[in-house]
Write a protein that binds this ligand. Structure first.
Ligand SMILES: Cc1ncc(COP(=O)(O)O)c(C=O)c1O
Length: 399
């Protein structure tokens, strides 16, 4: 039986004038119609490399699994709806998604990128893409004038992260998209920290949104993957061509894990948000914490923009403990929270950006950007918040 890959009709309700389904409904049902052969409510993992063909040129639309995999296509359909795009393509990691997006560039093109971009993105841009004649300006994308000054006639891409990792600076996506479009640049937003629950950049004016699905979308620290969603069909087609040609596809198992993770995105994000706010407020009052970077705090310099552009403030934050030694003592004493790279899982993860995620950025540059030796980043999980706060408090006593 042919495999039905149509979005459930009610998901297209907006086009037919019916009431648009809510975000929770879309998370669970978009791309998730039961598998037609058996009625399986959970769409299967199609663990196959190829498909039998009835005759020459006669097949069911599936020829080879790098090109088409039903499980991956279901996830792509789901993410298209959640991010309000024309289409989505899933990749083997967030970095593979960024690599695919970078193929919109060619020799001589110029990119304006957030100076607080994820360390791996910075490394890929400066150590690999730069070899192919693409030039970069890394600027504070929280400063609209700095972006305006950096844009040149040959600027072909704005690569934004909002909020940024780890200092939680925001980029005004609507304003910067307009600036980028004036010179014909593609505006890309890494939406990993926010997830489509908190922010939908395509609706704000961006052209392409990407995710490390490893984080909030997967949600359980058990998969690595990436996603690129584009607003125009032309961009989707190119991303699909690159996905097939360069081959960094998301595996069926990982596609299934992310599709499953997204079904609980809303309930997880609600709890992440609730815990995130409580932890940020607690840390902001703590005498041993010097500064807390969290867009939900009124003290955050872009709190007003966060309220305008996001539907909540999330669970990511960083705070300053004054020195490498203080950070080390604090991190070694944690019991409920775990020291580790990554973020967005149900468990609280704490990291030390200067020595972990941002280790590839030169030290002088790191310090200038506020990624100091005493800075600690938390991805607040969905445990009981009292346990988290008690754990942070007992660890802070070590300082
Ligand atoms: C904001 C952001 N973008 C991209 C990536 C890269 O994603 P991946 O590790 O899935 O390749 C990460 C990874 O931590 C990230 O935090």
């Amino acid at each position: 039986m042919a495999i039905e890959l149509e979005t459930k009709p009610d998901v297209k309700a907006a086009e037919t004038g019916k009431k648009t389904p809510g975000f929770s409904t879309l998370c669970i049902h978009a791309g998730n119609a039961p598998e037609p052969a058996t009625g399986s409510v959970t769409f299967p993992i199609y663990q196959t490399s190829t498909y039998v063909q009835e005759g020459l040129g006669k097949h069911k639309g599936f020829e080879y699994a790098r090109t088409q995999n039903p499980t991956r296509m279901r996830l792509e359909e789901n993410m298209t709806v959640l991010e309000r795009g024309a289409g989505a393509r899933a990749f083997a990691s967030g970095m593979a998604a960024i690599t695919a997006i970078s193929t919109f560039l060619k020799q001589g093109d110029h990119v304006v990128c957030s100076n607080m971009t994820y360390g791996g993105t910075y490394r890929y841009f400066t150590k690999i893409l730069a070899k192919f004649g693409v030039t970069f300006d890394f600027v504070d994308t929280a400063d609209v004038d700095a972006v305006r000054r950096a844009i040149r006639p040959e600027t072909r891409m704005l690569h934004l992260e909002s909020p940024t990792n780890p200092t939680m600076r925001l980029a005004d996506i609507a304003v910067l998209s307009e600036l980028g479009h004036r010179v014909g640049a593609i505006v890309v937003v890494d939406n990993t920290f926010a997830s489509p629950y908190l922010q939908t950049p395509l609706e704000l004016g961006a052209d392409i949104v990407m995710h490390s699905t490893t984080k909030f979308l997967g949600g359980h620290s058990d998969t690595v993957g990436g996603m690129a969603i584009a607003k125009s069909q032309e961009h989707v087609d190119w991303l699909g061509f690159v996905q097939n040609s360069s081959g960094a596809i998301l595996s069926p198992m990982d596609s299934w894990l992310v599709l499953r993770g997204i079904k609980t995105l809303v309930v997880r994000m609600e709890r992440h948000e609730q815990n995130g706010r409580a932890v940020a407020e607690h840390l902001a009052r703590h005498p041993k914490v010097r500064i807390v970077h969290y867009p939900g705090l009124p003290s955050h310099p872009q709190h007003a923009l966060a309220k305008k552009q996001m539907r909540g403030f999330g669970a990511m934050m960083s705070f300053e403990l004054g020195s490498f030694e203080n950070a080390g003592r604090f991190l070694e004493r944690l019991k409920v929270c775990s020291l580790g790279e990554s973020l967005g899982g149900v468990e609280t993860l704490i990291s030390h950006p200067a020595s972990m995620t941002h280790g590839s950025i030169p030290e002088e540059e790191r310090n200038r950007l506020g990624v100091t030796p005493g800075l600690v980043r938390i991805s607040v999980g969905i445990e009981d918040v009292d346990d988290l706060i008690a754990d942070l408090d007992q660890a802070l006593e070590a300082i």
